[in-house]
Design a protein around this ligand. Structure first.
Ligand code: TXA
Ligand code: MG
Length: 335
């Protein structure tokens, strides 16, 4: 990380105030931020990222007060979760306030809110004086950035200001959740995207909540941007149960319509430790894609389950072009 020039934050503040975008560090991944008060700035996020307008943005706030101002309602259970996990990698989808620009919410009646823990993100939100909408700072569908250099490489040629806050501590995106009603009338937490706050973390916190609450994983369709193919590196990534044999490689080449047989397949070797695996996931995906390899493979191992692994496998499954784990081939699709 380069030492932060104190004038850089001021420059970022000025750019954001006049409706420009700036890349900012958060504890999860880097974000491409615009002030929620600038319709022009919000539009620039979508065009720079080449993101379709149907995919809504997360609003990053710098206080509980700011969070309350952009929602129509902050139910007691949401308040309880916010007090337990904010600032941090938790995004709450709540009914939106009328003042929130529909460009942020893709016309939905809900808005996604997060209070990031990174001190530079907090400083900047305070300096700008309004919350910042920010998706991950990558081109749509591609691998998210967990260092400032990743963002610079991704947007090479643009004059995007990137605030360097060092490598992201969590390394993958926040948990996105919404609160619904279970069939028995109890509150139900629906995880739209697994992330830095795990289902286990939520259940443990809920031990101190007065009523029973079920925590369930939602269908992908409930989150407009949580697409089947996402986070893809620039070379094909496959999930397999063992090192791919020559025969598997030729099957893959055929299925993915590759011009030639992969000659430099490399393993993306995940740490045994889930937090470490999450932290390095996107860095490793990028590093190996740029290493001269022509195929990346990840060994799916049954012991890597639960906790943060849910988020790691979620990302890997969406990043994969091809999977063969139990002898049956699934879903070939070229990145
Ligand atoms: O950790 C993070 O959340 C990072 C950092 C920069 O804060 N941001 C991030 O943003 O991952 P993005 O845009 O890459 O992903 C936002 C996700 C998408 O899957 C989107 O569909 C979902 O949040 N989302 C946003 N608003 C929503 C809403 N109103 N209802 C349901 N899902 C929503
Ligand atoms: Mg993203």
């Amino acid at each position: 990380m380069q030492p932060l020039d104190s004038q850089e934050l001021t420059r970022a503040r000025d750019l954001l105030r006049k409706g420009d975008v700036v890349a900012i560090p958060t504890e999860t991944v880097y974000g491409l931020a615009a002030s929620i008060a600038s319709h022009e700035g919000l539009k620039k996020i979508f065009s720079l990222k080449e993101r379709p307008f149907f995919d809504p943005l997360i609003v990053h706030v710098g206080s509980f007060q700011q969070a309350k101002e952009i929602v129509a309602e902050f139910p007691p259970l949401a308040d309880f979760l916010a007090r337990r996990f904010w600032p941090g990698p938790l995004t709450l989808v709540l009914p939106k306030a009328a003042s929130v620009d529909p460009m942020i919410t893709s016309g939905l009646e809900t808005v996604a809110v997060r209070y990031p823990a990174h001190p530079l993100a907090q400083d900047l939100i305070k300096m700008v004086g309004s919350p910042l909408a920010a998706p991950s700072a990558n081109k749509f569908g591609r691998t998210s950035p967990s260092t400032a250099q990743h963002v610079k490489t991704e947007f090479e040629g643009s004059n995007l200001l990137v605030i360097d806050g060092g490598p992201c501590e969590v390394g993958l995106e926040s948990t996105v959740l919404t609160i619904a009603k279970a069939p028995n009338g109890d509150d139900q937490i629906r995880i739209l995207r697994p992330g830095g706050v795990t289902a286990e973390d939520l259940r443990e916190a809920l031990d101190r909540w007065s009523k029973p609450v079920e925590v369930v994983r939602a269908e992908s369709a409930e989150s407009p941007g949580h697409l089947k193919h996402h986070y893809m590196p620039t070379i094909p990534l496959i999930l397999v149960s063992e090192k791919p044999s020559a025969q598997t490689l030729s099957e893959i080449a055929k299925d993915l319509a590759l011009k030639s047989l992969p000659k430099h397949a490399r393993e993306l070797d995940l740490s045994e430790d889930a937090a470490q695996a999450a932290r390095l996931l996107y860095s490793e995906m990028r590093r190996l894609s740029e290493s001269g390899a022509d195929l990346l493979y990840v060994l799916e191992t049954p012991e890597r389950q639960g906790g943060l692994w849910a988020a790691v496998w979620d990302r890997l499954t969406r990043a994969a072009s091809w999977t063969k784990t139990d002898g049956s081939r699934l879903d070939p699709e070229s990145p």
